[in-house]
Design a protein around this ligand. Structure first.
Ligand SMILES: Nc1ncnc2c1ncn2[C@@H]1O[C@H](COP(=O)(O)OP(=O)(O)OP(=O)(O)O)[C@@H](O)[C@H]1O
Ligand SMILES: [Mg+2]
Length: 140
């Protein structure tokens, strides 16, 4: 699936729609450069899943933030600052890759070998300098 999102609001709407496909045990890998919109997408998804206290990004953002949704728990991960994929095993990320958890991972390529085979890969791209709010999203 591929489509264009012409504004942050469209990304939020799309993420809310995508949330209907989410089931406990799902792992979503959010690919894209700095500022591509991974966190915007993840926060909108979490709100649609019933999370009320979605934290704003902060410098203290940990590798894993836990949230309570309506029918699932959500682990929002950012692997950007990971120095070594072995760290992920030590943190116990595999625990978050099964029900009741839904696992949303930014910078998943930093620990690609930890991703289960049925991971849903979501790619966000900035496409056009003349349309700074436009993104292309691809899901496979
Ligand atoms: N169509 C769009 N979808 C999502 N974000 C958009 C869009 N247009 C503009 N933006 C802006 O792009 C920025 C996306 O930031 P965000 O923190 O989500 O990126 P990120 O991919 O998580 O980056 P990082 O790798 O640093 O975590 C926000 O400032 C947002 O307002
Ligand atoms: Mg982010």
């Amino acid at each position: 699936m591929r489509r264009y999102l012409n504004s942050e609001a469209e990304t939020v709407d799309f993420a809310s729609e995508f949330a209907k496909r989410i089931k406990p045990g799902m792992v979503c890998a959010l690919h894209g450069d700095l500022g591509a919109g991974k966190s915007v997408f993840a926060r909108a998804l979490m709100r649609a899943l019933g999370v009320r206290d979605v934290a704003m990004p902060s410098p203290t953002f940990a590798i894993i933030q836990e949230y309570e949704g309506r029918n699932c728990r959500i682990a929002h991960m950012d692997w950007y600052r990971l120095s070594d994929p072995d760290e992920l095993e030590a943190i116990g990320v595999r625990e978050y890759m099964q029900p009741p958890w839904v696992c949303l991972i930014e910078w998943p390529e930093r620990g690609a070998e930890l991703l289960p085979p049925d991971t849903v890969h979501i790619h966000l791209h900035c496409t056009d300098v003349h349309h700074p709010e436009r993104r292309r999203i691809e899901i496979d």
